[in-house]
Design a binder for this molecule. Structure first.
Ligand code: GTP
Ligand code: ZN
Length: 296
């Protein structure tokens, strides 16, 4: 490959993986002039300044396919959204919010229900069916006993993946099961580092044995819907998109408009009532946020 990937950045130095080596690189001054900051995840062309010392210079940054804000990483193309079937029980509205944010970022999505070894006391089959039907892969995994780990591993190949999900669902444990010795930085640890050194911790990429790359900090942890415009929300409910084309009004919000194909699909059970209600709930929350912003 002619290009390397920035795995890590510290104080103006970028650690670029190129031809199986890590080069410590600086970026050409022209990027600063153009107000471009190289990001972890950027595909870059480097010139090698010193092969023995593995020093290089970033000459070119390829156009970013995606750009996440929290964590700030370029070119992530997949989110694994993890919940556990118990301890803690899944919060489905949180799952729907994470799906919205991952869709907004243009990522491929895999939903993972972990802790399959525990007794289920929520309706797993129901939710498995809801999300599977609209096209999301749904995995049931057990990080401790290995169920579903091979399937998860396959999804991680050849991708740059961010793990998302609430605390304690087993994100680190899953990664460790895929690749022994790997753990995600938890929210708690990064807080500690922040307090200790008074610096912001930047995310890094980690390469797995199977060639996949993962971001070392979980994504979509602050689930504020601030950056989602009310009129865009419907686009991020993927099963509404196609139906929505048949609504009488082009700008139908699928609320009380006459001739709304989405509402008709809900009546026919072609769109899940749970998902439609999640849409209403999140839309209301976004509108509330907007109202409060205006007030202040
Ligand atoms: N029974 C069971 N427990 C699990 C499983 N996977 C993880 N755990 C346990 O759940 C707890 C939390 O696991 P972590 O991997 O730290 O969870 P996390 O999502 O990385 O949590 P944060 O770092 O807080 O974001 C630990 O005590 C794990 O041993 C599983 O498949 N089954
Ligand atoms: Zn409609």
């Amino acid at each position: 490959m002619d290009y390397g990937i920035i795995f890590k950045g510290i104080g103006g130095f970028y650690y670029v993986k190129f031809n199986d080596s890590i080069y410590e690189c600086k970026a050409r001054g022209k990027f600063k002039n153009q107000k471009i900051t190289p990001l972890v995840g950027d595909y870059v062309r480097i010139s090698i300044q010193d092969e023995d010392k593995k020093l290089g210079m970033i000459e070119e940054i390829l156009e970013r396919k995606t750009e996440l804000l929290r964590p700030t990483v370029a070119n992530v193309n997949q989110a694994i959204i993890v919940f556990s079937i118990k301890n803690p029980l899944p919060n489905i509205i949180l799952l729907d919010k994470m799906l919205v944010l991952a869709e907004q970022s243009g990522l491929d999505i895999v939903i993972c229900f972990n802790k399959a070894d525990l007794d289920v006391d929520f309706d797993y089959e129901k939710y498995e069916a809801i999300y599977h039907r609209i096209g999301y892969p749904v995995l049931k995994t057990c990080a401790l006993e290995g169920e579903g780990i091979d399937a998860l591993s396959v999804y991680l190949q050849d991708k740059i993946t961010v793990f998302s999900g609430p605390s304690g669902v087993g994100k680190s444990s899953l990664l460790n099961a895929v690749h022994e010795g790997f753990t995600l930085q938890t929210g708690e640890i990064s807080e500690k580092i922040k307090r200790g050194k008074h610096t912001t911790r930047h995310s890094e990429l980690m390469e797995l044995k199977n060639g996949g790359i993962v971001v070392d900090t979980p994504g979509f942890t602050s689930l504020s819907m601030h950056e989602v415009a009310p009129e865009d929300l419907k686009e991020y409910f993927i099963e509404f998109r196609m139906q929505g084309e048949s609504c009488r009004f082009d700008n139908c919000m699928h609320l009380n408009e006459p001739g709304c194909a989405v509402k008709e699909a809900v009546e026919r059970h072609d769109i899940s009532k749970d998902r439609y209600e999640a849409y209403l709930y999140i839309l209301n929350e976004i509108n509330e946020l907007k109202r409060r912003q205006k007030k202040w």
